[in-house]
Unconditional design. Structure first.
Lengths: 116, 110
């Protein structure tokens, strides 16, 4: 079975540009979460979507937005890119929403975003 | 605010030399604690979920335990292929948001 797939794997942008990252969850998983991981740190939560609705938002500026489609795939959009947005962006899927904490998340291998 | 602290930041072991990684947490009502393994250039790989103090789970050379304040990941007779960064994450009551620690980078020398 295919795991969580993310595209593109690598991306180079310049300051001020816009970027769209894509994620396809494991088949049957309805929840998708997005994380930012800076080198040497753990993943930091950005968004969670479940059944196409936002269910959680981390401490990120409004330049970050996301959506989930009827097939449960998801996009993360970042506007007005800053140098500090350079990071590994991870997508994770789970069967259900994270309520109750009993749903492990399964991660893709991420998109490495570099801002010049 | 939920907090997770992992120690040590880095650990170097000889093959066969058992050790433990620590994850200390401060949350308002723990709903779940997760351990992940992350290889360079890859996403985290799920290892274990623990829900209540006293719970233990095992997988091959790894054993995870949980108390009210911390979790340990015990590695018995490690092999070079166990080299990776090990991440701990918690979810607190009423929160959808997992909080991750910074991880422990483990290197096992042959």
């Amino acid at each position: 079975d295919a795991g969580v797939t993310q595209s593109p794997t690598h991306l180079i942008k310049t300051r001020g540009q816009h970027v769209t990252l894509r994620c396809s969850p494991i088949s049957g998983h309805k929840s998708v979460s997005w994380y930012q991981q800076v080198l040497g740190q753990g993943p930091q939560f950005i968004f969670q979507y479940y059944e196409k609705e936002e269910r959680g938002r981390g401490n990120f500026p409004d330049r970050f937005s996301a959506r989930q489609f009827p097939n449960y795939s998801s996009e993360l959009n970042v506007n007005a890119l800053l140098l500090g947005d350079s990071a590994l962006y991870l997508c994770a899927s789970s069967l259900d929403a994270l309520v109750g904490g009993n749903q492990p998340q399964h991660f893709g291998d991420g998109t490495r975003l570099s801002i010049l | 605010e939920d907090q997770v602290t992992q120690s040590p930041e880095a650990l170097r072991l000889q093959e066969g030399e058992s050790s433990s990684l620590n994850c200390s947490y401060t949350v308002s009502g723990l709903r779940g604690l997760f351990w992940y393994r992350q290889d360079p250039g890859k996403g985290p790989e799920f290892l274990f979920t623990l829900y209540s103090a006293g719970e233990e789970k095992e997988k091959e050379r790894l054993k995870a335990t949980l108390t009210k304040k911390e979790s340990f990941l015990h590695i018995t007779a490690p092999k070079p292929e166990d080299s990776a960064t090990y991440l701990c994450a918690v979810i607190s009551g009423g929160s959808y948001i997992p909080t991750f620690g910074r991880g422990t980078s483990l290197i096992v020398h042959p």
